[in-house]
Design a protein around this ligand. Sequence first.
Ligand code: HPA
Ligand code: ZN
Length: 330
Amino acid sequence: MNEIIKFIKKTPKAELHVHIEGTLEPELMFRLAKRNNIKIPFENINDVKSAYNFSNLESFLNIFYQGSNVLIKEQDFFDLTWAYTLKCKEDNVVHTEIFFDPQTHINRGIHFEVVINGIYKALVKANKEFGLTSKIIMCFLRHLDEKSAFEILDQALVHKTKIVAVGLDSSEAGHPPRKFERVFKKAMEKGFLTVAHAGEEGPPEYIWEALNLLKVKRIDHGVQCLQNKKLVQKLLDDQIPLTICPLSNIKLCVFKKLKDHNLKKLLNNGLMVMVNSDDPAYFGGYINKNLIECQAALNLSKEDIKKLIINSFKSSFLKEDKKKEWIEKI
Ligand code: HPA
Ligand code: ZN
């Protein structure tokens, strides 16, 4: 095996952008559909895989929300999360910060505590069994209204000890961050950290709004920032992390080919970027695959890879001493 691939595989990494519902592999989807007697619009696993051809974010989300319908009981959320933690172990991901979308489940009659407890218990088990550390981030669905976001925030407060931050995901076009300014203000007053998807497909203005109005600590994606020089300067000055998801961007046609991805440009500009998997069951790979394919397509050096991995810890919500400990090992 080539030396740089070995380095990617064996080095401890942090993941900062993964939707737990996006780790639902087709095999588990079928198993849960059967267990819960839920109809899914696929005959077999090949059928599922051929449906995973997306033209943009919206076309993906339609399929993604259908897949989530098989998640009903606490055990389902546990099994989903446990399966993801085993992928972390395989890829040497030692710390992960995962998103979940409670509104997707509440709106189907699944209770908040069913969702959060299933996820949380699997993460506790992974910590006990192989030392994986983790944080949970609750995302608001931006295609829904502010009222719905306030309601879900109230439910999250009951589980405050298990959730470190709030985020913003789902359809970006037509749903600017400013729509959630008041919700994020309340979340911060209650002690949550904040992040937001911005500049995945949407314009640089959405990144500005996430920074200035939602006061986010990280931008999820943010790949559209290079369109705006002043914005790049701001991201540089404040070393705002951008959680880049290369294979996701290709699958959702944000870039045509991995060779066209701006990851290397962002890195060369001195921006605080790292590589993540987003919805790995839908986009074709977990962290190592993302790193290995980027390395080949963009001709990343070992130093580039090292920088990306160090950035993953620097940008995490780990305590400073824990960050330092991991970075020293790289
Ligand atoms: N973007 C926005 N919302 C999402 C995504 C994404 O890539 N994945 C799951 N929800
Ligand atoms: Zn995402």
